[in-house]
Design a protein around this ligand. Structure first.
Ligand SMILES: [Fe+2]
Ligand SMILES: [Fe+2]
Length: 255
């Protein structure tokens, strides 16, 4: 009866999908899994991956990441695809709203990112011209979706009667990203997260916060909150950083 966490499954990569399918269905039948976004941009892959995982865990929790909100002509815009994914999760019995499991509240926080997260700016911001979200997400007349996603969390921002484990796809604190001079993609802090996510998780008294997106795994304590990223990442990233080709689940509850 534990709660595990992972993010960035990017299951449209064959190797990643095989790692998901290799999880032993007998090992986690009493456990829950938090998936902190970025399964795929394809609805069929999101559905089949979540269906596979739902058969292996007692409860699954999910929030869409940026890849989920890339749209082609088959969606009006990214907000419509977001609603469609939440409806899919409802149909599959996957939680996208707070739920009490094993003595802790698991609270999903919808989010996005803002350039103001990195007040120093970035001399290499020209890199961002190729950032896929700017070409593949469609926000209609909205310039900045962050606040609209954060507003969706408002009904759930209250005091909880048990310990809280929260999760978002995007990064809640700048300290969770290494300094740009050691980053491969120097502009990452400009498209990574927002301190407004941290404001929300602290408002609900979160003890552990799971996030994803940067593909830079972390597990550290800041001001009484444990922040965890456990991204599966792309196969090429695992090779580049000499990581084993395995899917590890990090235990976030009991702490
Ligand atoms: Fe990702
Ligand atoms: Fe992401």
């Amino acid at each position: 009866m534990s709660i595990f966490a992972i993010s960035d499954l990017h299951a449209d990569n064959r190797e990643n999908r095989e790692l998901v399918d290799q999880i032993n269905p007998l090992n986690f039948q009493d456990d829950s899994l938090i998936i902190a976004g970025d399964i795929s941009n394809k609805l069929s892959v999101i559905e089949s991956t979540l269906t596979s995982l739902a058969s292996k865990f007692k409860h699954l929790f999910f929030v869409p990441g940026n890849h989920e909100l890339w749209v082609a002509k088959d969606h009006e815009d990214s907000f419509q695809k977001f609603d469609q994914i939440l409806a899919l999760c409802d149909r599959l019995g996957i939680h996208t709203q707070p739920k009490l499991v094993d003595g802790a509240w698991v609270v999903p926080l919808f989010s996005w990112y803002e350039a103001g997260f990195y007040p120093a700016g970035d001399p290499n911001a020209a890199e961002l011209q190729g950032w896929s979200d700017f070409h593949l997400c469609n926000w209609g007349d909205e310039q900045a979706p962050l606040d609209l996603f954060l507003q969706k969390n408002r009904p759930n921002l209250h005091t909880y009667d048990r310990p809280v484990i929260s999760f978002s796809h995007f990064v809640p604190r700048l300290e969770l990203i290494p300094s740009p001079n050691v980053l491969f993609f120097k502009s990452l802090p400009l498209v990574a997260g927002s301190t407004k996510i941290d404001d929300q998780l602290r408002q609900i008294g979160s003890q552990v916060h799971v996030f994803g997106h940067t593909h830079i795994n972390r597990d550290l304590q800041i001001d009484q909150v444990r922040y965890v990223q456990n991204a599966l990442r792309y196969p090429r990233e695992r090779k580049m950083f000499n990581r084993a080709n395995v899917l590890n689940l990090v235990n976030v509850w009991p702490t």
